[in-house]
Every structure is written in C-alpha cells, then in structure tokens.
Design a protein around this ligand. Structure first.
Ligand code: AMP
Ligand code: MG
Length: 502
C-alpha cells in the first residue's frame, strides 16, 4: 500500500520532533511517535473498511503505532478552537497521532491513532485514551456511517496492556482503567479550528498554504485561487455541515462537544466523546455533564451551533481574501441547506409525499406531545412506520417513559397525521429512513462492562448489528440491545450522562 504524509509536504511544521507540550507558533504539525506499549492486542477490526483501503493488515503493532510502514510519517496536527463559545487558542492533537495517508481507490485517506501517547499538544493530558471511550467511538462512528450520516470511520481498536488513570466524575477520586487505541480514518482530520489557529496568530501565508493543500488534495471540484473560488468551497463546507447536523437531528444524536476544534472541514462527524442518543424526547437534553450549566450543545441547539461554528471558520478564512463581503452568502447557504434537509427528513420520517407549510405545525405539535409524555423519539416514528398507531400500543411497547402520559393527546396527534396522509403514509420510505437500531448509551455501556472484563462478545455483536440499522432483524427479538431504556440506565454513569473524561 502506498503511504504518504501530504500535510507535511504542503505546510510548515515544527522544527523539533516530539518533546514536551509547548506553543508551536507558525506550524501546522509536529512530528512525534507513539509511546511504547507493553502488550498491544487487536480487539476489534473493521474488515470491510480495511479491504476498501487496499487490504490493510490486521496487526496490533501497526494500529498501536509500534510498527510503521514505509511512507508513514507520524505527526500531530496543530489547531485551535472555540470551546463552549470561548476562544481557547492552541489545542492541537493532544492524543491523536496521524500515521499518514493511504492512497485508496476511494481517495487519499488519513489514518490516525487516538490514545497513542503524548504530543507537543498534550498540554496537561497524558495522551492516552481509555477502553470505554474508545469502544464508544468505534461503535458509534460505524453506526453513524451505516445510518448514512457523514462521519470519520473506525478501522481498529487495540487494547494497550496498560492502565490509565482517570477521574471519571471529576470529584477527586481517580481510578485505573484499561487503556486502548482506536485507529480512525477520514479524508483528513483538518478542522475549522485548524484555520482559526492560523488566523488568530495572523499567519496569513500559512493559512493560505493550508487552504490550498486541503482543497488541492481533497476537493477536485474546487480551487481557491481567487475570492470566488474560496466562497464556492466554503459554501460547500457549510452545506455539508448542514447535511451532517440534519442527519444527527433526524436520528436523535447529540454530539455533546460541538467546539470549533471538533468541526471537520469535510463536514464529517468527528471526535466522538460524551455523545448520546435522544431517548425521552427533550429539546434541551445534553449528554455532557460539562455542558449542563449552559446546555449550549443541547439537542435542539445543534443546527444553530453548527451555523455559529461555520461563522467562526468564515472569519478565519476571511484573512486570505481580498474582499470578504460575499462570505455573508455562505451563512445564507448554510441556513437554506439546513432548512431543506430538515424538511426532507420530516417528509421521509412522516411518510409524506411533499412538504406543505401546514406540516410545520404538525411537526411542532408532535415534538410537544413527545416531550410532554416523554416518548422515545425515533422508536415512536418507527412504530408508526410499522403500523403501530395507538398511544396504548406505544405504551405497551415501552416507548412512553412518563408515568402519567397524556394518551389522548398522543392519539389526537396520530389522528391528525393519518388524516394528513389520507390514511396511507408512505411506510416504505419511513422504514427506509427511520432506524430500528441506534447504539444507545446504555447498550454501549453493557458492551463496555463486558469488554473491561475481557469479554468482547457484546462489542462484536453490536459491530455487526449496526451495519443494518434500518432493518428489523429476527435476532432483535428479545436481544439484549433491543427494547426501551431500562430503569437502571437512568442513574448509571455513562448511560444518561457522561463527562468529558476519556
Ligand atoms: P476533545 O474534547 O477530545 O475534543 O479534546 C480537546 C483537546 O484536548 C484536544 O486538543 C485534545 O487533543 C486534548 N486532549 C483530550 N484528552 C487528552 C489527553 N488525555 N491527553 C492529551 N490531550 C488531550
Ligand atoms: Mg476534539
């Protein structure tokens, strides 16, 4: 296989390799290498992805950074970002290590290890990752891919044989947890924050070099030789970001940390951390304990937050333009793309033929009904798609969590919906677009509990199940991953709420 490190050829880097955490002005990257691991073991392997990338070898030494292939040139990428709305300046890959890009039939693909040790950007961190967060990222990014939402992919999960110290509850009671490394892929892991970092330092030439590199390497339909080209490219970035977040909204995904450093320049879902999947519908729900004070990254705010993040990218790239005025149109394009994608999602999910203005009220009232009676959002729609059209039946299926639900309000809404579709919703489109399976946090937690004891059966079962999210499979009947949220998941850490500790 043909490996290279295109970022290193196209942009300036750190003159020093490895070393202690520090500020690295004017650079886009620092060379560094993976920490030695006592006993790397390959636990999960994505055979399909490995094949599509040119038959990558299933080898623990490779995907833990202990062995390199010719052409690999391990490095950490320098970027900044707005965290929870505040500019944090230099962040960078504190525990991500890019091995290089593999030249695959599907395009040049970056392969990056997460948790392979300290880099110049580790700040006060140890550069490691724990098994629980690694397993969550592996399974959730793959689930996202099979749901059809743009995302980074997961190639492998290795345990390292070393324990990592984590204060999971941020309450001064750290404990040792098994360490792990996920190898993940994307065209590149360049972020909005990559451009922001250079703009913040006024590094106009480096910003231009990064922009030309990203576009020349990954955007065959674009050029950035003039303002018009830059605007066209950024419009695409904005529209792809709209597609991404509309995918999250339709499947009830809440990312949890939509900082600008976690926004891919390719419009992919990246940096899976304290994410979650909406259970009882609640527009203000956030899975991230750190986000609780302001709920900035709550479910319903995600489209606006992505728009805010796009605006920060535009401000950064403006530095490389003669006249940034036309950038206002990019924000309009974002809003328009999101509005269209949202309407399309509801047309499909409600089995409508087209969108009418009056459907806005139907959707709004559905959300009110779901919120008031704590109805599991996606499963409710899936039940409707399968002909379960009474509140009583929804309750019997366990998908209404309120102890005193307003059954007549639910039935009234279902009646309105049936009237809207003339009694015949397009159930085949609904079943094609409303999933049976999404990897809820409590389901992931059960797989994590077993994996931490050395039993990977549940993790492997999920890795298979998530490949066909829109099909109701015979094995779903009474499967441990099926059914409504169990009572214990309400209070168990890692299920209803997660911290950023990973
Ligand atoms: P995240 O919240 O995972 O997107 O990370 C935000 C920033 O913190 C990024 O610069 C990460 O590389 C860095 N970071 C997170 N965890 C660690 C860690 N254990 N060691 C070093 N850096 C980390
Ligand atoms: Mg991040």
């Amino acid at each position: 296989m043909d490996w290279s490190a295109p970022l290193l050829r196209a942009t300036p880097g750190d003159p020093v390799s490895g070393g202690n955490p520090r500020h690295v002005p004017g650079a886009c990257w620092s060379r560094c290498s993976a920490t030695a691991m006592p006993k790397p073991e390959l636990r999960l392997w994505n055979g399909g992805l490995a094949t599509s990338l040119g038959d990558l070898e299933a080898d623990a030494a490779l995907w833990s950074g202990q062995r390199l292939i010719e052409g690999m040139d391990p490095h950490a990428h320098r970027y900044g970002g707005h965290q929870f709305g505040n500019w944090a300046h230099q962040l960078g890959d504190g525990r991500a290590l890019t091995l290089g890009h593999v030249n695959a039939a599907s395009g040049l693909t970056e392969v990056q290890l997460k948790g392979a040790g300290r880099t110049p950007y580790s700040r006060r961190g140890d550069g490691r990752a724990v098994l629980r967060s690694s397993l969550r990222e592996f399974l959730c990014s793959e689930a996202m891919h099979h749901l059809g939402v743009p995302t980074s992919r997961a190639l492998s999960l290795c345990t390292t044989g070393e324990d990592v110290r984590r204060d999971m509850f941020y309450d001064g009671r750290p404990a040792m947890e098994p360490g792990a490394i996920v190898a993940r892929t994307a065209p590149s892991f360049v972020r909005f924050g990559s451009f922001q970092m250079l703009a913040a330092d006024g590094d106009e030439d480096v910003l231009r070099a990064l922009m030309h590199h990203v576009v020349a390497t990954h955007e065959p339909d674009h050029h950035v030789n003039d303002d018009a080209g830059i605007v066209a490219w950024l419009t695409d970035v904005a529209e792809r970001s709209a597609t991404m977040v509309s995918g999250w909204m339709r499947h009830g995904f809440v990312h949890g940390v939509m900082n600008t450093d976690n926004m891919s320049i390719h419009g992919l879902t990246i940096d899976y951390g304290p994410f979650g999947w909406l259970e009882a519908h609640d527009p203000s729900w956030t899975p991230n304990t750190t986000d609780l004070p302001g709920r900035r990254y709550r479910y319903a705010a995600q489209p606006d937050v992505v728009g805010w993040n796009v605006a920060r990218l535009l401000e950064a790239v403006a530095l490389a333009m003669d006249d940034p005025e036309p950038l206002h149109g990019v924000l309009d394009a974002y809003r328009e793309a999101y509005r269209n994608a949202r309407q399309q999602a509801w047309v499909e999910r409600l089995g409508l033929s087209t969108w009418n203005e009056a459907d806005e009220a139907l959707v709004r009232d559905l959300q009110h009904v779901m919120h008031a009676s704590q109805i599991d959002h996606v499963p409710m729609l899936r039940h409707l798609a399968e002909g379960v059209t009474t509140a009583e039946a929804l309750r019997d299926a366990g998908r209404i969590y309120a102890t005193e639900p307003d059954l007549s309000a639910i039935d009234a809404w279902i009646g309105r919906w049936l009237e809207r579709v003339g009694g015949t919703p397009d159930t085949s489109t609904m079943q094609r677009t409303v999933p049976v399976f999404t990897p809820r946090n409590w389901v992931l937690q059960l797989a994590i509990d077993d994996a931490e004891r050395g039993d990977w059966t549940k993790a492997e079962a999920l890795a298979t199940r998530l490949m066909r999210p829109f099909e109701r499979l015979p094995e779903d009947e009474d499967a441990w991953w099926s059914g409504p949220r169990p009572e214990w998941a309400m209070t168990r850490p890692g299920c209803s709420m997660l911290s950023c500790s990973s």
